[in-house]
Design a protein around this ligand. Structure first.
Ligand SMILES: [Zn+2]
Length: 338
């Protein structure tokens, strides 16, 4: 299958182990050059915008974009981003409509799509992105594909707990106020708070223990917090349940109605049960949806337990072939849905 051959070609750029095309880098540039050749071969009108994003336009309905990104995390997987671009070339070439787009620097904060939106560049009417799931939900439901309902919102902040320092040898257990023991209970409480709200997650990823001596009872612990939820109401609920003041918050984004409906019809056409699931990670589709583009995403089942950002990332050739068919079908439907 040409899609798989092209994924191998992209994977070989930058050397191993894993995919190494971080943004910005010569390897990312090389991936854009290689893809430019494929777009020209497909007879598309190639253009590079001011931010380095690559666009290949078909003659008809070029205001419907299909694509993803070509950059990767260091030692990343073969499918994240790259699959969305090579599948887009198949869909656009097969249908003769739409534009293929490869955004710059998705892995470092969607820099390409954000720049495009920020400078008020010409945005598409709709955007379709095929992407590996990067999680186990589709495997668990025994489904090859799923429609993304939206991108989760997230908040970051911190919690501090205080106790009383003392000598580790001479202070009896009775009557101690050990800040790290209190913090341990807090970590469990935070986990339970996220458990109680469907679709939400909470993580304490960093701890700082003071004064930090092996023979001193801790008197202060600082904890980082990262909490995520599929919609604003659940994000509010989770923040309130944990009880912290977010220092940073990114609102959840609903993906576009027309794009989701097109994926739904295309899946039904192919006899695949159409389920919707939220994305726990940010994507270019989320950036465009925030800018009122009717953006939609289709997830392909991730094998190996849903591992991603790793050379172990894997999707099957059968799932990928089906995903390309559904993507092409959805492209036709979105283009004619005006
Ligand atoms: Zn990606």
């Amino acid at each position: 299958m040409r899609v798989l051959e092209r994924l191998e070609e992209l994977y070989a750029i930058g050397g191993g182990p894993g995919a190494n095309r971080p943004h910005p880098s010569a390897a990312e540039d090389e991936a854009h050059r290689l893809t430019t050749g494929w777009l020209e071969e497909a007879g598309l009108a190639v253009e590079v915008d001011r931010d380095g994003n690559l666009v290949g336009r078909a003659r008809e309905f070029s205001d419907v974009w299909v694509g993803s990104h070509l950059d990767t995390v260091p030692a990343g997987g073969k499918f994240d981003g790259a699959l969305g671009v090579v599948a887009a070339i198949e869909a656009v070439e097969r249908t003769g409509i739409g534009s293929v787009v490869a955004f710059r620097g998705e892995e470092v904060g969607c820099v390409g799509s954000r720049a495009c939106v920020a400078r008020g560049g010409a945005l598409p009417r709709a955007f379709l992105e095929l992407h590996v799931e990067q999680g186990p939900a589709l495997v668990q439901r025994d489904l090859p594909l799923g429609i993304v309902s939206g991108i989760v919102g997230y908040a970051r902040g911190e919690l501090v707990v205080e106790g009383r320092a003392g000598h580790a040898g001479t202070t009896p257990m009775e009557g101690r106020s050990d800040a790290l023991v209190i913090a341990a209970r807090e970590v469990l409480r935070i986990r339970d708070a996220a458990h109680a709200i469907e679709g939400s997650v909470a993580t304490v990823g960093q701890l700082e223990v003071e004064p930090g001596g092996a023979n001193v009872i801790p008197d202060r612990v600082w904890m980082s917090l990262d909490v995520r939820a599929p919609d604003a109401a659940r994000l509010d609920e989770l923040i309130a349940a944990i009880g912290f003041e977010p220092g940073y918050r990114v609102e959840p984004v609903q993906l576009g109605t027309a794009a989701r409906a097109a994926f739904r019809s295309a899946l039904e056409e192919h006899g695949v049960e159409a389920i919707e699931l939220p994305s726990g990670a940010g994507h270019d589709a989320g950036i465009l949806a925030s800018a009122r583009v009717d953006a939609g995403m289709l997830f392909v089942r991730s094998l190996n337990g849903g591992v991603s950002h790793s050379p172990d990332e894997l999707s099957s050739p059968e799932d990928i072939a089906l995903a390309v068919d559904v993507l092409a079908d959805a492209l036709r439907r979105v283009a004619s849905s005006r």
